[in-house]
Design a protein around this ligand. Structure first.
Ligand SMILES: C[S@@+](CC[C@H](N)C(=O)[O-])C[C@H]1O[C@@H](n2cnc3c(N)ncnc32)[C@H](O)[C@@H]1O
Length: 165
């Protein structure tokens, strides 16, 4: 994923790390000079670990890390003004999460933004449920590549997608 960040994003890009955990993806960006990053995750423990890592290794970067669930995080944004985000994410991939995930991405992205996401292979092309298809069909796939290793917990095959709207 880190290589794709370099190809599709520039250092000034406004980045949103959705469901950041302890920030594996954001750390790759900061290692490569990215500074304009907002990250959030529902887990207090993980966001605190991430804040600790930032204080230790990235003290010169003022990343914004929030402990928040994405329903509330996106509800608090004003989509008329608060847009223009490029997304990086390895989200929870149960269906109940994925439909609002794509809907919220669509709301915060503009046409020149991209999303680099790691999700189960083939998920983006699912025909059912209709609500999922209705939202995923609004995205264009710029690039896809299979992950060599499966998701650790579930053994599901995964792919990295670069999307735009
Ligand atoms: C598959 S992990 C990915 C973590 C991180 N992005 C990474 O690449 O290591 C999914 C993350 O989603 C978070 N999560 C689950 N449900 C969430 C929700 N409703 N709102 C925000 N984050 C959530 C979990 O705490 C977990 O850190």
């Amino acid at each position: 994923m880190a290589k794709l960040f370099q190809v599709y994003l520039n250092k000034e890009s406004k980045i949103l790390d959705v469901c950041c955990g302890f920030g594996i993806l954001s750390q790759k960006l900061m290692d490569n000079g990215f500074e304009n990053i907002t990250a959030f995750d529902v887990s207090y423990n993980l966001t605190e670990i991430f804040k600790g890592i930032c204080a230790e290794r990235y003290s010169e970067i003022s990343i914004n890390i929030e402990c928040e669930n994405y329903e509330r995080f996106f509800q608090n944004l004003d989509f008329k003004k608060d847009k223009g985000y490029n997304i990086i994410s390895n989200p929870p991939y149960e269906m109940e999460h994925m439909i609002p995930f794509f809907q919220n991405l669509y709301n915060v992205m503009e046409e020149d933004n991209i999303a680099v996401i790691l999700i189960p292979k083939g998920f983006i092309n699912k025909e059912r449920p209709k609500q999922l298809k209705d939202i995923t069909s609004k995205f264009k796939i710029l690039h896809s590549e299979d992950m060599k290793v499966k998701f650790e917990r579930t053994g599901v095959n995964a792919e990295i997608l670069v999307l735009t709207i």
